[in-house]
Design a binder for this molecule. Structure first.
Ligand code: NAD
Length: 243
């Protein structure tokens, strides 16, 4: 027997690293309209507005010099030290903080630190503003380089692998997500286990009932505590799978 763990993280896990969330008070959606700046149709209609937003975020990110926090580090520890199976970390975040903490992670919404050319697929570091008129370094096409992130209206990445991992897991946890964005909001229900944990600073407005255990409080406190509990287990936890 094995007990695999799947963990899905959202913007809340990075809040205490100083990265702004989207839907909380002071979040980015109070300043920007997601349909304009974070939707594939917005990119088709007004790419400059999208780039203004993304370039501002990128500069903010560079200046903020955000670092992984105790919750990111705890998950890395769990991934390295869990004896009873594998630990898969999936994130909706594009901030690269799981990777910076040393985790292996499926970035289902892409990476805010990379850009790509829609014409030839060339991927490179997003380490300076994207200018529409600049040609792609590989194919020379202009107005085709975009942040390598998944916008509303586009398909998230790694869905086949994620489906398989959810199907095989004995423990599922969602950390710091408002449960508003599909398909991540459906993962708890799809996981097929009764050992589902919700970590959030407060009960989210939607989806809380999909979880068997609620751990409310800052991610930097609750996640390391949970990881300590898991790593202290002397026997493999009994299966709570539903099928
Ligand atoms: P969201 O902004 O909709 O929700 C964030 C959730 O985190 C809220 O429910 C809030 O209560 C909770 N939270 C805030 N501070 C917390 C803390 N200290 N500890 C625990 N929980 C805390 O984020 P979402 O559900 O991830 O969906 C938004 C979309 O925007 C996703 O695609 C996400 O990847 C993207 N996004 C990414 C980043 C990032 O890369 N860091 C930042 C903002 C938004």
């Amino acid at each position: 027997m094995t007990c695999n763990i799947v963990i899905s993280t959202g913007a809340g896990i990075s809040a205490e690293s100083g990265v702004r969330t989207y839907r909380d008070r002071g979040g980015l959606w109070q300043k920007y309209d997601p349909d304009v700046v974070s939707h594939i149709n917005g990119w088709r209609k007004n790419p400059q507005a999208v780039l203004d937003f993304k370039n501002e975020l990128r500069r903010d990110f560079e200046a903020g010099n955000y670092q992984p926090n105790a919750a990111h580090h705890a998950l890395t520890r769990l991934q390295r030290e869990w004896r009873w199976g594998e630990v898969t970390i999936i994130t909706q975040n594009i901030d690269g903080l799981h990777e910076a903490a040393g985790s292996t992670v499926l970035e289902m919404h892409g990476s805010g630190r990379k850009k790509m050319c829609e014409a030839c697929g060339h991927v490179s570091a997003y380490d300076a503003d994207i200018i529409l008129a600049d040609p792609c370094a590989k194919c020379g096409k202009t107005a085709s380089t975009r942040p390598m992130v998944v916008w509303f209206g586009e398909m998230p990445m790694y869905l086949d692998i994620i489906e398989q991992k959810l199907d095989e897991c004995g423990i599922f946890a969602a950390i710091g997500s408002s449960n508003h964005v599909m398909p991540a909001s459906l993962f708890a229900g799809a996981s097929g286990t009764k050992a589902t944990y919700l970590f959030n600073i407060e009960l989210p407005i939607v989806g809380a009932d999909d979880y068997h255990h609620h751990r409310l409080g800052p991610a930097t406190v609750e996640v390391p505590k949970w990881v300590d509990e898991l790593l202290a287990l002397e026997e493999e936890p009994p299966s709570q799978r539903l099928w």
